[in-house]
Write a protein that binds this ligand. Sequence first.
Ligand SMILES: Cc1cc2nc3c(=O)[nH]c(=O)nc-3n(C[C@H](O)[C@H](O)[C@H](O)COP(=O)(O)OP(=O)(O)OC[C@H]3O[C@@H](n4cnc5c(N)ncnc54)[C@H](O)[C@@H]3O)c2cc1C
Length: 365
Amino acid sequence: MYDFAVVGVGPPGARFARRAAERGHDVVAFERGQVGEPLACSGHVSLDVWEYVPEAARERLHQNDVYGARFHTGGPGSEAHEFYYTDRPVSNAVDRVELDRVLAAAASDAGADVRPGHTVTSVRERTDRVALEVRNAEGVETVEARMVAGCDGPRSRVRAELGLPDPDEFLHGVLAFDPEPDAEDFVDVHLTVPGFFAWRIPRGAAGVEYGLAGTPDETGDVARRFDAFVAEYGVADRIEHRCSGLIPIGPPDRVTTDRGFLLGDAAGMTKPFTGGGILYGMTAADVAASTIDPGDPSTLAAFERAWRGELGTEIRLGRLLRRGYDAPKLLQEAGMRLFSGEIGVHMDRPSTLFSRAQLAALFDR
Ligand SMILES: Cc1cc2nc3c(=O)[nH]c(=O)nc-3n(C[C@H](O)[C@H](O)[C@H](O)COP(=O)(O)OP(=O)(O)OC[C@H]3O[C@@H](n4cnc5c(N)ncnc54)[C@H](O)[C@@H]3O)c2cc1C
């Protein structure tokens, strides 16, 4: 019997598998497809991502340095309000498929048994273990572990099998790429989508990414809006590799049971104001590895408290920030005029809006 069975090998699953294996636990990690595929993510992350990536892989993953964002209340060509760092990049565009592969390889190197091509179809909790039905090309097997980690994305099978509640909301995101290289320093954000936004991210030699996300209910047809967005940019006939995915917003009240817990998108561990979940998921994975003892189910309560302690305030503040996306245009414009310029905020931590660095940046203008 394994100590942990991890379902899903995206960033949080791979990270948890690695950290748990490094602590001496027997870990098996199932991935239904090939690790990193299919792509449905911008891979736009704060520089914190490098703390999770082995040194040797960094150059391979890095695509572009981003120093700031131009916010628009209108579409392409509308007035822009710039928010930026001057002395270092705010964020990086990284190769997301390769990131997942590197993180999975690090988990294998640490001793986790990572198995691509394995789909978990059911999870049964018993008093002292969990039993998973796992399907692969050869057939179906039952695998037992002391605990299961559901890292299987927004439409988590593990969450449903354990009877845990869904995240509050799901956004629908669409993206595609113009292959023309662009190493510009700024991303563009267009607050033209109800409840969310559209974006343009220069990715160096990997081209330019165009994307849009919104609440299907409020936004109507997200795909149609995306078509209009890329047409406005004049790239409709150039874009390729179009893909889409769900973005969960708002973690449910409970992400643990007696022998199971959720991480990453399965648990709604994303930034409500950007939908980014790579770093929140891996942060929570580290919290899980350091708090959960597979032989002691009572440690799951400690994990539930600890991850909310780490990310709860940021998620709450992120929700408040997101409300600004639906504020009247005049108010948005006034707010952006007031705060635009050099900033001191960390893109994963809205609490840094109140930091000394941010105040210094404001008053130095
Ligand atoms: C359009 C879009 C753009 C985004 N851009 C960014 C961004 O720029 N920055 C950022 O930080 N975040 C971004 N995100 C969010 C980010 O992609 C997620 O937060 C992140 O991928 C969460 O990782 P995860 O492993 O929890 O889920 P996923 O990446 O969905 O991975 C879950 C894994 O579980 C596997 N799986 C599912 N079910 C099973 C099963 N039954 N058995 C075995 N395996 C299973 C899947 O195949 C998958 O590999 C974006 C999301 C979208 C949709």
